[in-house]
Design a protein around this ligand. Sequence first.
Ligand SMILES: [Zn+2]
Ligand SMILES: [Zn+2]
Length: 201
Amino acid sequence: MSGPRLLLDENRSQSWRDNPINSGEMRNAAVTMSQAEYDQWWIARIKARCIVDSNGCWIWQGQKTYNGYGQTSYRSKTLILHRKMFQVAKGIALGRWEYACHSCDVKLCCNPDHLWKGTPLDNQVDCVMKRRNGEQKVTHCPQGHEYTPENTYIHAAKSGRPARNCRACMRMRASSPEYRAKARERQRLRRLAAKHSQVTP
Ligand SMILES: [Zn+2]
Ligand SMILES: [Zn+2]
């Protein structure tokens, strides 16, 4: 039974594991590399595992997250690929609620030149426009108003995550007697607080 075994060995010789840039020696050496050396090797190694398409997208061929983004490791930590690539290649750190957004709209692309730094708001606006994220599958508010760009109010929720509100519903709520009473009360308290802060320096 030498046939199947030969085939297996043949496949193995072409596999990613045997690519020199990903060899065991290289990965061992990486442990002692300086930060700059490691970053350079990491980027080259990632690119070697991508297929570059006609748009210049580096399409990742490795592991994916449940929602379709590239996943890889950096210094033994498992990370979202395009987000890490943006930070490593551009030297820009991303805060917890900052995003690496794709200008090409290809989730598996990790070409740093196709990525830009967005706030939760930018990212959400981008998602609304491209109707991409999970929430976007909901096209109408619970009252049946469509989430068009004009009718969608995007804001950061208390958690810092972006959230959507229906403007038509907001207008309706704003004109209800209960809402107006609450708004008056909030305003009264704000005035009181302002007065108080003037008295005590
Ligand atoms: Zn791209
Ligand atoms: Zn609504």
